[in-house]
Design a protein. Structure first.
Length: 311
């Protein structure tokens, strides 16, 4: 069976209940330095403690936040899948508590320059993550770059991390505005959830959300859901310096309790079932549809065999 046929079968079978699909959660922020990667990592650890298999895809190109915070250097990244013939299991690095992560490197941004055969090959490989993980967390870059927007429009579930800083609130609104204006964004099929980070109290976290939500509701008419607040915590800052998730390094820290509560909310059966699960094949097909690939093009044009050229 050629790779194009494999991909057609994967996407077709995603509507069948017997095929397990990973839950994809994309974590993002309007500006850098608000603790986005910390949220991604500690939620992953909490999901593992709840018995879920978790993989983080570090899509914050060039910054390598996940591997630094885990204190683990990956042998391979997504570029090795694309250019070196590695398979999907080769590029997964296993961190603390059995959380897997994939370093994106320049791999995903380079996908736009690849031939259709290569794109089919990559997506067929990434689709295998559905059998490896129950939850896949995409840790995007910050801001409204085209790369970040592509991940967000492909996501059915987005966690937006913001802080009380005026610039963070303004940039969060700018990100939501850019997302809302994207012609490929589906508000009906996307849940946008907000985490208030580095707040002094639960009340401040709620007020921060209320402020952002009021502006978004008035001007964008985009519904937001509040997940909760993560307090300012010296133990969390210390754990970053020690390159270990605070959920493992200081399990009794006040921020850890907040991560536990947010993870519990996300894994509530009602919360989980309201999000349409797409699976990794559909997720990445959606990302590159606007540039190079669609299921129709695959059916009509993709060739059989291994990819032969990256251009």
């Amino acid at each position: 069976m050629d790779q194009a046929q494999q991909l057609r079968n994967i996407i077709k079978n995603q509507s069948k209940p017997q095929r397990p699909l990973a839950r994809i959660i994309t974590v993002t922020s309007g500006k850098g330095g608000v603790g986005k990667s910390n949220v991604a990592i500690n939620l992953a650890v909490q999901f593992r403690k709840m018995g879920k298999r978790v993989i983080i895809l570090d899509a914050d190109f060039g910054l390598a936040n996940i591997e630094i915070m885990f204190g683990t250097i990956p042998k391979h990244n997504l570029s090795d899948l694309i250019y070196q013939g590695k398979n999907i299991k080769d590029i997964i690095t296993w961190g603390p508590e059995g959380v897997g992560f994939i370093s994106g490197g320049s791999g995903i941004s380079g996908m736009y320059n690849l031939s259709r055969d290569y794109l089919v090959y990559i997506i067929v490989n990434l689709a295998q993550l559905d059998a490896i993980a129950d939850v896949i967390i995409i840790d995007t870059g910050a801001g409204i770059s085209s790369a970040v927007m592509e991940f967000l429009v492909a996501s059915g579930e987005i966690i937006l991390v913001t802080t009380p800083e005026p610039t963070s609130i303004t940039d969060s609104y700018s990100l939501l505005k850019a997302l809302n204006q994207s012609p490929r964004f589906s508000r009906e099929n996307t849940k946008v959830k907000v985490v208030s980070n580095r707040v002094s109290s639960d009340d401040e976290g709620q007020q921060l959300f209320n402020k952002l939500n009021a502006v978004v509701a008035r001007y964008l008419k985009l519904p937001l859901t509040y997940l909760g607040a993560i307090p300012q915590d010296q133990m969390l800052a210390r754990s970053v310096m020690q390159q270990s998730p605070v959920s493992l390094q200081y399990p009794n820290a006040k921020s850890v309790k907040a991560f536990e509560n947010i993870a519990g909310t996300l894994m509530n059966p009602g919360e989980a079932t309201e999000v349409k699960q797409r699976g990794m094949a559909a997720f990445f097909s959606h990302i590159i549809t606007g540039r190079k690939l669609s299921s129709t093009q695959i059916s009509a044009n993709a060739t059989s065999g291994a990819p032969v050229s990256p251009n």
